[in-house]
Design a protein around this ligand. Structure first.
Ligand code: BGC
Length: 416
């Protein structure tokens, strides 16, 4: 225990040190070095490819504005968010940073008075009718807009290895009952049914929230976050039971893998399925060089057909920067059709804009663009849209305990 604690301190210390010692040590200039430092957690295959394409496009358009990729590794911002918090507290904000639309932005940095409004940018770029209203709402508070969505990720996707299912005469499951039937059949043949990598606990939260959505449906799922349904409701317990049952089918070494390592198990056929946001598609395609609908397939996670767990990565303008005009140039590129179409086909997400060039997207992207238009939309908990960061951190801790101990009542009580 002590050793673990020491390692955690050491990690945070190292991260803080590396953030301070970069040539960006700041003076409120969006990096201080005069460079535009673009802060995110996109360092993995697909994620990084998308970011680099965006930066390259910016450099082509503004060769005189030096720009720097200041990404900090760790899925779902596991480490980046701590580094960002310390920079923001020290009045050393990055030029712009990745933040999820919804509570993470609005109840976090906006409520803390750390963000500039971007109403004028939306006006000058003519963006007000170029993003879906639902998305603009996610980046607005009290009638002001605070960030620019670069994408829409779908969280509730079940990915599967086509060959593994085909060879075993199995169809991708659409309901929980089907899931358990398929999982039993696979287990009998010695194949790991479900890949999980919860070394970073958010991946288990991610799986749980899709089970929650599949069990409660969009309306009740949303009621949980509006305080209209309590966390010890019978349906939440049912979801916890189902989640627990699903955990019986995961790879034994789940706690030593991250989301990429877990996706890799599916990609190379060591496991049959995983539930992950569609950044996994960016990983399958860019890292493992697998083809959509040939090597791997996708369906909505069990019970969630017609529902869309929305995750949107957005970038805003921190207060107090002396190079705000340059930051707005970057946001202008990020919010443009060209920018979104350079970024999203690599990232695995769909464009946030409604007028993007659909021909640039593979079949998964095309299907998802269509699904988004008609599906019921639900905000992701694991990815900061449904509830503020402090709550998400506590849920991650509760899930982490639940994965090892499996006590439904304790789990539900801690959620409550
Ligand atoms: C982000 C994605 C990212 C994923 C894994 C999510 O929270 O929204 O952009 O790819 O985490 O790092």
């Amino acid at each position: 225990m002590k050793r673990k604690l020491f390692l955690s301190f050491f990690l945070v210390f190292t991260l803080l040190l590396s953030a301070c010692s970069s040539d960006n040590a700041g003076t409120g200039e969006g990096g201080g070095s005069g460079k535009l430092d673009i802060f995110s957690w996109w360092t993995g295959a697909g994620e990084e490819d998308g970011l680099k394409a965006l930066i390259a496009l910016f450099e082509e358009k503004y060769p005189d504005v030096p720009i720097e990729n200041a990404a900090v590794a760790g899925g779902a911002g596991t480490n980046a968010k701590a580094v960002l918090a310390s920079r923001m507290q020290g009045d050393d904000p990055p030029a712009t940073f990745q933040v999820h639309g919804g509570a993470e932005l609005n109840d976090g940095w906006v409520a803390a008075g750390k963000m500039e409004t971007l109403n004028d940018l939306y006006e000058s770029e003519g963006w007000n009718d170029k993003f879906p209203e639902s998305l603009i709402e996610m980046v607005s508070k009290d009638g002001n807009i605070y960030s620019v969505p670069v994408n829409i990720h779908r969280g509730n996707v079940l990915w599967y290895n086509k060959k593994v299912l085909d060879e075993n005469g199995l169809q991708a499951p659409k309901t929980f009952d089907e899931f358990f039937q398929v999982a039993d059949a696979l287990k009998e043949k010695g194949i790991t049914p479900l890949a999980l990598g919860d070394k970073e606990p958010w991946t288990a939260t991610h799986l749980f929230e899709t089970v929650l959505l599949g069990t409660l449906g969009t309306e009740d799922y949303q009621k949980l976050f509006a305080g209209e349904l309590t966390w010890d409701d019978a349906k939440v317990k049912e979801a916890a039971e189902t989640f627990k049952r699903m955990l019986e089918y995961v790879n034994e070494d789940h706690s030593s893998r991250n989301w990429q390592d877990a996706s890799q198990l599916v990609g190379n056929g060591e496991a049959a399925m995983n539930v992950m946001g569609d950044w996994a598609k960016g990983y399958f395609a860019n890292d493992l060089k697998l083809a959509v609908n040939e090597d791997f397939g996708y369906v909505a996670a069990p019970g969630t057909d017609g529902q869309f767990m929305v995750i949107t990565d957005t970038f805003g303008l921190p207060k107090g920067l002396s190079n705000a005009d340059d930051v707005k140039k970057f946001l202008g590129v990020l919010g443009s059709v060209e920018g979104q179409d350079a970024f999203n086909p690599l990232k695995g997400s769909i464009p946030a804009r409604i007028d993007a060039d659909i021909s640039k997207y593979d079949q998964y992207g095309k299907d998802t663009i269509e699904d988004f238009k008609s599906a019921e939309l639900a905000p992701s908990l694991a990815h900061g849209s449904a509830a503020p960061e402090g709550f998400v951190t506590k849920v991650n801790q509760a899930i982490n305990i639940f994965v090892t101990q499996g006590n439904v009542d304790d789990f539900v009580n801690s959620l409550k």
